[in-house]
Design a protein around this ligand. Structure first.
Ligand code: NAG
Ligand code: NAG
Ligand code: NAG
Ligand code: NAG
Ligand code: NAG
Ligand code: NAG
Ligand code: ZN
Length: 466
């Protein structure tokens, strides 16, 4: 049975009248043949999360994008010391705003501007260049080393990748993504999170993902347990050039085989039909589960590829380090508004101008990110060392994993038909580190997720042959 796509496209107004429609989207699949458990009902935002999401303010997002555009250009090679024009002025303003947000955190949120000097790269970087990220870190009160990242890039460009002089407003690409990171930092600063959340704004994306690569490699070197990264790049418009508007849809790009895997690891994964069950896929399933509801008013369209053709983004820096990551991008891109000199040609306005940004839409994308980030960071971590016993031929499946004391309400085995995109069935199994379920591993896909007493449930992990 295939995913009931049609229910994903029910407009939110109808969903508001019939709130169960989202539950049915994921839970109404009749397994064939029948098997154990009950239909999975998506996790709904609790009252604290609902309050956080309702504080996301389109007018703050508008003000952020307006300010970023006012720096003229934010090209990575533009002036770093001029107080009003160029990437340096933008960097300092973003950092000062983040510090203002952190002031409401009672010391839980700190702001840093990590940097390195990028050496020249033929055709991309003309001279040694300071690449600076801005990172607001809301340190987890219970598991500070478990980290989730939301990111957008503040550098911008025009037609020539080396043109650092002309105006490059970058309103959609990617002041919109920066506004998502900053607005989430603002609304979450006054809350306590169990795991750590990093609100990142990075540079050098247009040249070669420099800032995100620096951030991801630093986190890897520091031994941080990064269990999810959400990249927002071009999330400012829901309107196609033919006028079609999809105000309640966002695309989410989900990579398959992890680029950090060895060829042997990928063969192993593919040999058990695990190519749609990488950690990035489980993160994508989790985002789809927790972020499509009447509070976000959004549908998430998962697309199973790392990025659009001919394009890339900062999530790939995290995937390269073995961290699960996905990319959000608006439903209809207008290429006349991206990477273009600002000009009018044959009556057509080119350029990444703020007049093409829909702040209400960007605010809803921020809610999708907020629902996912907050739910990830309050749930126990994704179960580790999840194995499936393949020592004997049996119709049952024996799963095992490492017990995590933070999974204080136990574990759930989730399963689905192998060709369904979302988990459809759930079997609560309690506080155990091994279970045998009356379900043949030959016929379905299974996962294990951890449950907290606070009601939050982790992404699932695919069991690998022991
Ligand atoms: C950057 O701007 C400052 C202040 O306007 C100016 O003094 C400096 O020469 C500029 N640097 C470059 C490399 O253009
Ligand atoms: C990059 O610029 C920032 C801001 O001026 C500065 O604090 C930092 O030391 C510079 N980084 C390097 C590696 O020089
Ligand atoms: C944004 O949302 C507000 C509140 O719902 C509404 O009043 C306003 O017209 C919307 N703006 C646009 C441009 O759609
Ligand atoms: C396994 O299931 C098949 C039917 O799917 C049945 O014929 C067989 O007897 C079962 N084997 C055991 C050991 O229960
Ligand atoms: C399969 O699991 C069921 C339920 O735990 C158990 O009753 C049965 O004996 C098991 N069958 C096999 C073949 O392991
Ligand atoms: C195991 O599942 C099969 C097929 O769904 C069912 O016929 C059988 O009764 C189940 N066995 C147990 C012990 O639940
Ligand atoms: Zn971009």
């Amino acid at each position: 049975m295939h995913f009931p796509l049609t229910s994903y496209y029910i407009p939110y107004t109808l969903a508001t009248l019939v709130p169960l429609v989202y539950a049915q989207t994921i839970g109404n699949v009749s397994p064939w043949p029948p098997g154990p458990g009950s239909s999975l009902v998506p996790q709904a935002p609790n009252s604290e999360l609902t309050q956080i999401l309702n504080e996301i303010d389109p007018s703050r997002i508008q003000a952020t994008i307006q300010k970023l555009v006012s720096f003229g250009t934010r090209h990575t090679l533009s002036n770093q010391t001029d107080p009003v024009r160029g990437i340096g002025a933008a960097r300092d303003w973003i950092a000062s705003q983040m510090r203002t947000f952190a002031a409401a955190s009672n010391g839980r949120m700190t702001v840093s501007v990590p940097s390195y000097i990028q050496q020249p790269v033929n055709g991309l970087v003309l001279q040694p260049t300071n690449i600076s990220n801005i990172v607001a870190t809301l340190t987890g009160t219970s598991e500070p080393n478990r980290v989730y990242v939301v990111s957008g890039h503040y550098d911008s460009r025009v037609t020539s990748i080396l043109n650092f002089m002309d105006d490059a407003p970058g309103a959609d690409d990617d002041a919109s993504g920066v506004a998502v990171s900053m607005e989430l930092a603002r609304v979450m600063a006054s809350h306590q999170s169990a795991a750590t959340i990093m609100f990142a704004v990075v540079a050098g994306e247009e040249q070669d993902l420099f800032g995100s690569n620096f951030m991801a490699t630093t986190l890897k070197q520091q031994g941080k347990d990064v269990q999810g990264m959400l990249n927002n790049d071009i999330v400012g418009s829901s309107t196609a050039d033919d006028g079609t508007v999809d105000p309640n849809d966002i695309r989410m790009f989900v990579s398959g085989l992890p680029p950090s895997n060895t060829a042997a690891q990928n063969l192993n994964l593919a040999s058990i039909g695990g190519e749609n069950d990488s950690p990035a896929h489980q993160l994508g399933r989790f985002v789809a589960e927790v972020s499509q509801n009447t509070v976000t008013q959004m549908n998430v369209r998962a697309i199973y590829r790392p990025d659009r053709f001919l394009r890339g983004g900062d999530h790939e820096s995290f995937l390269a380090q073995g961290f699960p990551a996905v990319r959000f991008t608006e439903p209809h891109e207008n290429f006349a508004h991206q990477h273009q000199d600002v000009r009018v040609s044959n009556g057509v306005q080119f350029g990444d101008l703020i007049q093409f940004v829909d702040f209400n839409f960007t605010a809803r994308v921020a809610k999708v990110n907020g629902a996912a980030l907050w739910s990830l960071a309050q749930a126990p971590g994704t179960p580790k060392n999840v194995k499936i016993d393949t020592s004997v031929l049996t119709n049952n499946s024996t799963l095992s994993w490492t017990l995590d004391p933070k999974a204080d309400a136990g574990y759930e085995v989730v399963w689905r038909e192998t060709d369904e995109p979302q988990w459809s069935m759930v079997i609560p199994v309690g506080i155990v580190n091994s279970v045998t379920v009356n379900l043949s591993k030959d016929n379905v896909q299974m996962g294990v997720r951890a449950v907290g007493k606070n009601g939050f449930k982790s992404p699932a992990a695919l069991p690998m042959p022991s």
